[in-house]
Design a protein around this ligand. Structure first.
Ligand SMILES: Cc1cc2nc3c(=O)[nH]c(=O)nc-3n(C[C@H](O)[C@H](O)[C@H](O)COP(=O)(O)OP(=O)(O)OC[C@H]3O[C@@H](n4cnc5c(N)ncnc54)[C@H](O)[C@@H]3O)c2cc1C
Length: 228
């Protein structure tokens, strides 16, 4: 069993990614690729030749063998991160906590003052964290989220349905999902999200995912890292 199964990789103030289960690794990629030339069934990794083959496949866009590695992760992340994540439609299956079934836990993301920054002048969607440590803004985000949860609980106390009461909660509220995917889809996610134009918070989730993928298929992840 992979020693990473069940290990929590903390992200942000209350978030994490955890590997729930996985099938395959570098050997599965090699086996899937070798069927093209009807090669003998490979029972173990042959480091030199497998490394060469995996790098060749990746560099030349022969990507389907990378789909032979599948895994499920558990993710705890703010709703705004989960929303960005769900835009990745191909090769991803999701199940998420229902705020209709269950009262939302009072857990929300408050960025550290040094991670707030100012509106970027070069990237219309991004931030510039190089100059400004904004303690006031961090405090304001915290108090606004806390007030939203006070209103949420007041609405629930009036027997307002959970599906209606949650409408007052901010997108920084933590949600919880299981996501099943394959290595190729995860690599495409990481290429887009572990990348400067992506929002800082999802970049950090992408880095944690990179650790998990490197534990599952280290040769393939080296090939990806050299040629994203
Ligand atoms: C920095 C950044 C900023 C972004 N800003 C915005 C934004 O402002 N607004 C916004 O709405 N989204 C935004 N997005 C989301 C972005 O548009 C994509 O939805 C997201 O990155 C998922 O990428 P994808 O479609 O390649 O992934 P997947 O959905 O996993 O698709 C994988 C690949 O499959 C193919 N594919 C999937 N669906 C189709 C289809 N219907 N037809 C043809 N080919 C398909 C494409 O080749 C695609 O690259 C942003 C993403 C990033 C990284």
């Amino acid at each position: 069993m992979n020693e990473m199964i069940g290990k929590e990789f903390p992200v942000l103030d209350h978030g994490f990614i955890r590997l729930v289960d996985h099938m395959g690794g570098d050997l599965s990629i090699v086996r899937a690729a070798r069927v093209s030339y009807n090669a003998a069934w490979r029972t173990g990794i042959d480091e030199k030749s497998d490394e060469r083959l995996i790098h060749y496949l990746w560099e030349n866009g022969h990507t389907t063998p990378f789909e032979a590695v599948t895994f499920t992760i558990e993710v705890m992340a703010p709703i705004f991160v989960i929303r960005q994540w769900h835009r990745h439609r191909i090769g991803w299956s999701y199940n998420e906590l229902s705020g209709r079934y269950k009262e939302m836990e009072e857990k929300y993301y408050v960025p550290k003052p040094e991670h707030i920054g100012t509106q970027s002048k070069i990237n219309k969607q991004g931030r510039d964290t190089s100059r400004y440590v904004d303690v006031v803004a961090s405090g304001k985000i915290h108090s606004t989220c806390a007030e939203a949860f006070v209103s949420y609980r007041q609405l629930l106390a009036r027997n307002v349905p959970r599906e209606v009461a949650r409408m007052v909660l901010p997108v920084s509220t933590y949600s919880h999902m299981f996501a099943t995917t394959n290595l190729l889809a995860a690599m495409r996610f990481m290429t887009l999200r572990h990348h400067e134009p992506a929002q800082l918070e999802i970049q950090w989730y992408s880095m944690a995912l990179q650790h998990i993928c490197s534990g599952i298929a280290p040769i393939a992840m080296t090939a990806w890292g050299e040629n994203k």
